[in-house]
Design a protein around this ligand. Structure first.
Ligand code: FE2
Length: 279
């Protein structure tokens, strides 16, 4: 790979911004491709709101819990009223599409498995990997919901090595349209909680009482085509988008093949992970 990866920065801070590894054309291919899923989405049949609140509850729980090997659309909380009526055109209402774009869609699959991404992961000591989850995030103008401070390993727990997230900016992410905020160095914090599946329900299970110093968080604005790599324990968030422009991103969460994916994670039997790595 021609790009120099600052592994020392990642080791110290738990995140890393890489510019220029992905071209603007590649971003546009993903943005064009996602249109087919917006077109085929019928909110009258599948009205499901995504919430990052701490209750762990999603409207349409089964629709959410069974999306691990599918491509499904989830709406912004502010796009529907109390009676679950959609308030604006569907293309301006979708919060995210997930959670197996990397597996089910050939264009996203090709993008996700390309060699330069594998080389990037390799340089961070993730030599042999499986993608466990992928999402397309819209962060819609004016109503793009906040994502509260969290650690990705809370939702997708692997051991001994945590997952690593790749966050691809498909548009410029700014402080106005809700770019990521991170607490540098928080990858060394213990995992605060886990989001555990029990049958057809999920709940948060406390792991530590460590208080996150949110005042230490910094914004990470990035240009279209940039990648933000995040350690699974890194504490991060994003504020709501009240601007008039969207902030599209594609996210892949990846595990090391030498680790075990816990079978009580909310997302069960991820299709790219072999059964011997689930336990
Ligand atoms: Fe996250």
């Amino acid at each position: 790979m021609s790009k120099e990866i600052d592994t020392a920065f990642f080791d110290e801070n738990g995140y890393l911004v890489i510019e220029g590894l992905i071209s603007e054309e590649e971003c546009d291919i993903l943005r064009d491709r996602i249109d087919r899923y917006i077109t085929s989405f019928d909110p009258s049949e599948e009205l499901t709101v995504f919430s990052s609140s701490n209750s762990g509850k999603q409207h349409g729980e089964d629709y959410f819990l069974e999306s691990g090997d599918k491509i499904r659309c989830f709406l912004e909380e502010e796009a529907v009223d109390d009676n679950q009526n959609i308030l604006r055109p569907k293309e301006k209402s979708i919060n995210k599409i997930g959670h197996a774009l990397h597996f089910c869609d050939p264009i996203f699959k090709q993008f996700s498995h390309q060699e330069k991404i594998a080389k990037l992961l390799e340089s961070l000591s993730y030599i042999e990997t499986d993608i466990v989850c992928s999402m397309y995030i819209f962060k819609q103008p004016q109503i793009g919901g906040a994502v509260h401070y969290h650690q990705d390993s809370c939702f997708l727990y692997t051991e001994p090595k945590p997952i690593i997230a790749l966050w691809f900016a498909l548009e410029d992410a700014t402080q106005d349209n809700g770019c990521l905020s991170v607490i540098p160095g928080s990858h060394d914090y213990p995992l605060k909680q886990r989001f555990i599946r029990k049958g057809n329900e999920c709940e948060f299970s406390a792991m530590s009482s460590f208080e996150w110093p949110e005042e230490k968080a910094i914004s990470v604005p990035v240009k279209k085509g940039s990648i933000i790599v995040m350690h699974g324990h890194l504490v991060h968030a994003s504020p709501p988008n009240r601007s008039n422009v969207s902030r599209h991103a594609y996210i892949m969460q990846v595990m090391d093949k030498g680790s075990i994916y816990k079978k009580d994670n909310w997302l069960q039997n991820p299709p790219s992970v072999s059964p011997e790595n689930i336990g």
